[in-house]
Design a protein around this ligand. Structure first.
Ligand SMILES: [Zn+2]
Ligand SMILES: [Zn+2]
Length: 208
């Protein structure tokens, strides 16, 4: 049985759907990496996005599930570094929505709270907690793998190859199928901006 999950920013201007998802089609993970934390700090949205150890919950799936239905003009994209992930959010209210790689990779990671209705029934249990070495309090406190287990990486690679052969990267709603360009030009943070975001994270790491 599959589910259609609502995707929406906090103010409701940007809406979409993750169609036809199921526990076998989604890899539900919590990522504690510094980069995901910095994205939350960039948006000024840490309370709702990060757990107390700094983890972001991400539902990884084929991009073919995702459709933006309303308010696409509010879609914004940032790259923390020139070669960083494409990090998508709703510019109207700074709600984080998704991570992607380039148009060549049939992958999208939808971030809570942008995706609604996440449950064991709809997308399965949290399958992995990764990059715990960046967690506040460390990997052990967060109950996370210090890096990413090789078996997980291998499984994901196989899935990506299978989707790529099926041409699913050509049906990525966040990239133009012809040019391969992101549908919104990503803004790459300037060194000064990145340093400010890093300082905000540092302060948080050393409080409470
Ligand atoms: Zn909004
Ligand atoms: Zn991460």
């Amino acid at each position: 049985m599959t589910h259609d999950l609502e995707v929406s920013c906090r103010c409701g201007k940007l809406r979409g759907v993750a169609r036809g998802v199921s526990p076998s089609l989604v890899n539900r993970a919590v990522c504690y990496c510094d980069d995901c934390q910095l994205f939350a700090f960039y948006l000024g949205d840490t309370d709702e996005v990060l757990d107390k150890f700094g983890g972001s919950e991400i539902c990884q799936m084929s991009p073919t599930h995702l459709e933006i239905t309303d308010g696409a003009e509010n879609l914004a994209c940032v790259r923390l570094r020139p070669k960083g992930l494409y990090r998508w959010y709703a510019g109207c209210c700074n709600t984080p929505l998704a991570n992607t790689l380039t148009s060549a990779v049939p992958f999208v990671g939808l971030i809570r709270p942008g995706i609604k209705g996440v449950s064991e029934a709809s997308v399965g249990p949290v399958r992995m907690r990764i990059h715990g070495r960046h967690a506040k309090g460390g990997a052990q406190a967060a109950g996370a793998h210090p890096k990413a287990p090789l078996s997980a990486a291998f499984g994901i690679l196989l899935k990506l190859l299978r989707r790529r052969f099926a041409g699913e990267h050509k049906r990525h709603p966040l990239f133009d199928p012809e040019s391969g360009r992101a549908i919104v030009k990503p803004r790459v943070l300037e060194a000064k901006e990145l340093a400010e975001v890093e300082q905000a994270r540092e302060r948080w790491l050393h409080t409470g």
